[in-house]
Design a protein around this ligand. Sequence first.
Ligand code: SF4
Length: 328
Amino acid sequence: MVASKEKLLEVRHLKKHFEMKKGLFASSKSVLKAVDDISFSINKGETFGLVGESGCGKTTVGRTILKLYEPTSGQILYKDTPIEGLLHKEMLPYRKKMQMIFQDPYASLDPRMTVGEIIADPLIVHSMYSGKERMDRVKELIELVGLQRDHLNRYPHEFSGGQRQRIGIARALAVEPEFLICDEPISALDVSIQAQVVNMLEELQEKFGLTYLFVSHDLSMVRHMSHKVGVMYLGSLVEYSEVDELYTNMQHPYTQALLSALPIADPDRAEQSERIHLQGDVPSPINPPSGCAFRTRCKFAMQVCSEEKPLLRDIGNSHMVACHLSNQ
Ligand code: SF4
């Protein structure tokens, strides 16, 4: 995986808030801040890993970049072109360049369509190829993901979870995208199948120069796949750096807790390392704690943590941390 210095995607101060009714008949509304002021960039050929516990907003980031959700505010730049305000028709060329691999290979494939129809569908939507050429492209794609041509006439329920995810990947690749959002692409699969799908994603990246946003709660897999990693907590990025820097010099107490749960192969190091147990659950994004959103679970919390939201700050080496401890 050799990444270039050319910026493919940049997200600036992105917010996605959802208005929620307080009760069935209530007229008052509250706001769920699923993504709250996030900025990062991804270079061409690079994998940016986005990690955090379930409900931290990482999936919403991916869906908002693709404009499956309209952003509340902020900018999304694709090759320096702002796309956040584009209308559906204007967005079509970008939808072709940016595709998504979904978490649940069972739910993401239409059970009434054959595999051939599923893979051909985006080619029809984007008016690519026709007749025999389109069929040849579909055959090429099914083989690219390690399945066979005679699978094209079958239905999704006839396949295993791993095979269905391969079909989802073939569908995503059909329109020759440059950028793939992989939303927990292996979390619904058996452990024995996960490595096969990850290896295939790496081979495809190498072969086609693809750029990935890899969304996952699995820190080992994110380390394996990514060039850069962002750690999300309650809608915000709390730490962000090159992968080796993050995994060897993690600064944010939340990142430290997440990484302390990873198994260590070396028995001596494993004995010395201390597992940090996070107290309680992630607070509601409808009513987040004041100041630092992590303060209700942080053993280092100080007075200032409840008064001021810590901003992401570069501590050197392009390593960004949002914690008052890093300001001392
Ligand atoms: Fe903990 Fe305070 Fe840092 Fe938040 S800002 S992570 S509460 S020390």
